[in-house]
Structure formats: C-alpha cells, structure tokens
Ligand binder design. Structure first.
Ligand code: PHE
Length: 477
C-alpha cells in the first residue's frame, strides 16, 4: 500500500480506537507489510504525532526443512505409509523409494516411535495406524500456537524450528496527535511576519546530527595543501611572496644573472627545455647587461625556467635599484621544469620552495639559524649541513634532515650565500649580502601523505578519488 494510505490508516485507527496494541496484528488484519508499518510508526513518533512503545518477543519459526514437513508431512510418516499393512516390504525395495538422506531420517524417527520393525531384509509395521504428530506440531507453531516445552525441544533438536526475535510497536496518540501531519516550516519569510502567521506556524527543528552533502567539486590537491602550510610558515617569519607567474624565462635571468657560465652543462637541451616560439626574449635590462661579456644571443634564448631562483634574480635586481637599500625577506613556491627522464622520484615539471633574505653583513651562521627556524616549523628539527657547489652561491650547503621513519639522513634542500659576482653587477651596495635556500614541494608532500611514487602525486596517473578524500595536512609546528 502507498505510504500515505498506510499512515492515514494508523492515524484513523488511533482516532477511533485510541490504541494499536500490536503493530504486527494491525498489519496482518489490514493486509499491510509490517516493516512498512514500523517505519511509518517511527517517523510519526519522531514528530510526536504518536507515542510508540517497542515490543519484543522471542518466537519460534519453522526452518526451511520444517516448512517442507509442515506442508508435505514428515519423512517417518511417508516411510510408514510405504510399508504395506500386511507382510511388510523388502528393505532394498523400500530404500529405493526414498532419497538416501530422507530415508535415514525417517528410519531413526520411525524406530524411535516404534512404528516399524526395521530388519536387515524386511521392514514391517508394528502398529496399524499412526498420526503425523511432527507435522501437526509444526503447523501449530506456524499459527503462533503454544506447544509443550518437550515438543519444542524435540523439534529444535531436529532443526525444524529456530528462535527468532520479533519486534513491533504498541502505538498510542502522541502529544501532537492529529489526523494529518502538519507541514513544518523550514524557511521563515517576511510574509510570515507581515501576515502574523508566525504565531501558529510550527518550525522544523535543526538537525545538527545530519551529515551535509559531500561537496562535488573544489577539492584541493595535496600539493596545494602543503603549499598553503609552507606559505604560512614564511608569512609568520616575515617573508613576502615573490610574483612567479612566468613559466617562460629568458636564459639571462635563469642562468646568466646567476653567474652560470654560458657553456655550463645545465644550459644544454638535455637538461633544459628551450622554446621554439618565441625562441628569444623581447627585452633585457640593457644597463645591467652591459656588465657582462657574454654572448647576447645565448642570454636571449627562452627556456622553461629550471628553478625559481630565476625569479629571485629578477626580484633582487629590482631591489638593488631602490635607494636607500632596505633589507628584505622573500619567498616563492611555484612550478619549474627540467628536461629529465621521468621515474618514481623525478618529474619533468615539479615545484620549488625558495626563501631569500637580503641584508647588510649576513653570514653563513645567519643562514644556518634561519634554516633551523624554518625547518623546525616544518617538523624537522634535526638538521645537518654539507658543503656543496652552486654557480651562484658561495659557500653552498646541502641540507639534510634525520628521518625518524626511515632512520636515516635524507637530503631536503640546497642553500647558500649569493656570490658578490652576482650581487655587485645588480647594483647592490658593497656590504649587502643575501642568503637563500630552495627545496622541492613534492618531497615533503610525499612524506606527509605517505606516497612513494611521485607519479601517484602529480600527472595523468593520479587517482582523483584520492584527491577528494585526502585530509588536511599538518606540519609539525
Ligand atoms: N636553485 C637551487 C636548485 O634548483 C636551490 C637553491 C636556491 C640553492 C637558493 C641555493 C640558493 O636546486
């Protein structure tokens, strides 16, 4: 029956009879599905139209085997009937009339009941007539009648019945009883106020336990989540974000300004993506360029920037043009490109995090301290430094952190003091120094999210449902 009809039947029954003492009986009498009655009752109870008390009963139900016996009779009864009243029957012939399993069951019961004489060769009746009491008992149980505990025990032993919990409701009128559900108002409007309707309205209660719909779009990629965290670390340390929205960079800013020789292997097409169109840059800072004795055509070649330090060079140059000089802290987190073979730890495009401080008289000790502060906020407090070589920094240090999970030192970044050969041509005063460091965004993200193949993090193989489900990350601060 339709839900509304069943609901109406319940409410009308309560209106005329005050009570439905057993929802199960009510369902049977009216030909409704009891499960549906129960569902509607719960809902009506929730809105206080009715007051429902749960009733629970343990009842015996027929098993599948029990159901067959109740319908067709017990095996022992059939076995008895198959034995002629006079003279009996040969055991072999009798056996052939039954399924093996049924025959065995029947023999045990018939013997126990002393109905048959089961000889090796011959089977004969011991009594002239029998009653199929097992079938009778099963039919009684089916009708909900009560039988003796001795009989219950026997039927249960033969696995013909089993105990099931039955539940239903006894239903009375609730505090808000009415023959129809009142429509609850969920949006309060200006009209409700103006017409004075608010006095009689009933409002739908907020359900603070309801789950909101999962948003269908707008999921942040883990890289974006980690980037946001790292951005916040830089900002709390007083760093300003550099503008990095140029993937294409001239070789001048990517290499030359960074004191990287024009014949340096990194400037080879094996390591760097060169652009075909436009293959060269439109403008270079002429007065700055004058200070170099390099081939201009090499400096003009457009590349996909190979590191964010290209941006740092631009920003430092523009800082160097300002008078008076003011100390600055800058950072950037953005994409870079390398012409590399892709494997589980390398991609041809990835992200770099870079921090720079420009001030008078900075030393390597300042760099080490700022690195300690920065990485501590990222949850890495155990650092080691190892001397290395960069074209644009001297001294330079690789940064290692002790990885508690891997129980070893892992390289997490590169750093150094920018060379005077780089800073002086930019136009900085003699005593101005700059310290900087860089690291990839992918490395800490993979550690935080437990991803061991970079292609699962970035690129066409990324599992979109993982992006939807991944949690907000927490850096150890
Ligand atoms: N640019 C370097 C790299 O690509 C990182 C770096 C940045 C090193 C700043 C020193 C100073 O690995």
């Amino acid at each position: 029956a339709e839900k509304a009809i069943v609901e109406k039947a319940i409410l009308e029954q309560l209106e005329s009879k005050e009570e439905i003492s057993n929802s199960g009986d009510f369902a049977t009498c009216n030909g409704y599905d009891h499960e549906e009655i129960k569902n509607i009752t719960r809902s009506l109870h929730g809105f206080q139209l009715v007051d429902a008390q749960e009733i629970k009963k343990e009842i015996w139900e027929l098993t599948n085997e029990g159901k067959t016996y109740a319908e067709n009779g017990s095996p022992e009864f059939h076995l008895f009937l198959a034995v002629p009243p006079e003279g009996g029957i040969s055991t072999d012939i009798l056996k052939k009339k039954f399924d093996n399993k049924v025959y065995n069951i029947a023999c045990i019961a018939a013997k126990k009941n002393e109905w048959l004489e089961l000889g090796k060769e011959q089977v004969s009746r011991k009594v002239q007539s029998v009653e199929d009491s097992v079938r009778d008992l099963l039919l009684q149980i089916k009708d909900g009648k009560i039988i003796s505990s001795k009989d219950i025990k026997e039927l249960k032993r033969r696995k013909l019945i089993e105990l099931k919990t039955w539940n239903g409701y006894s239903i009375r009128k609730g505090p808000k009883f009415s023959l129809e559900r009142k429509k609850l108002v969920s949006v309060f409007t200006r009209e409700h106020l103006l017409r004075g309707e608010w006095k009689n309205l009933e409002f739908k209660k907020y359900n603070f336990d309801a789950n909101a719909l999962p948003p269908s779009g707008g999921h942040l990629h883990p890289l974006l989540k980690v980037r946001e965290r790292i951005r916040n670390i830089f900002i709390t340390m007083g760093f300003k974000e550099m503008q990095t929205n140029n993937y294409v960079e001239s070789s001048f800013w990517n290499f030359d300004a960074l004191f990287q020789p024009q014949q340096h292997p990194a400037r080879d097409s094996h390591d760097t993506f060169f652009l075909e169109a436009p293959s060269t840059t439109l403008s270079l800072p002429e007065s700055y360029l004058d200070k170099y004795e390099w081939k201009r055509e090499e400096a003009e070649k457009n590349v996909f920037r190979t590191h964010t330090t290209a941006v740092t060079a631009r920003v430092l140059y523009s800082l160097a043009q300002q008078r008076p000089f003011t100390p600055q802290r800058y950072f950037s987190i953005d994409r870079v490109f390398r012409n590399e073979a892709v494997d589980r730890t390398h991609l041809a495009e990835f992200h770099q995090i870079e921090g720079v401080i420009c001030d008078r008289g900075l030393t390597l000790a300042d760099l080490m301290q700022v690195l300690q502060d920065f990485f501590k906020k990222m949850g890495m407090s155990n650092l080691k430094f190892k001397a290395t070589c960069n074209p644009y920094t001297e001294p330079s240090m690789e940064i290692y952190s002790y990885h508690e999970g891997l129980k070893k030192w892992v390289e997490i970044g590169n750093s150094g003091m920018f060379r005077p050969e780089m800073l002086r041509p930019m136009g900085f005063p003699e005593d101005v120094t700059a310290i900087a460091w860089g690291l990839s965004l992918e490395r800490p993200t993979m550690i935080l999210y437990g991803i061991d193949n970079i292609r699962d993090l970035f690129g066409p193989k990324v599992d979109l449902s993982l992006i939807k489900r991944n949690p907000i990350c927490k850096l150890g601060m």
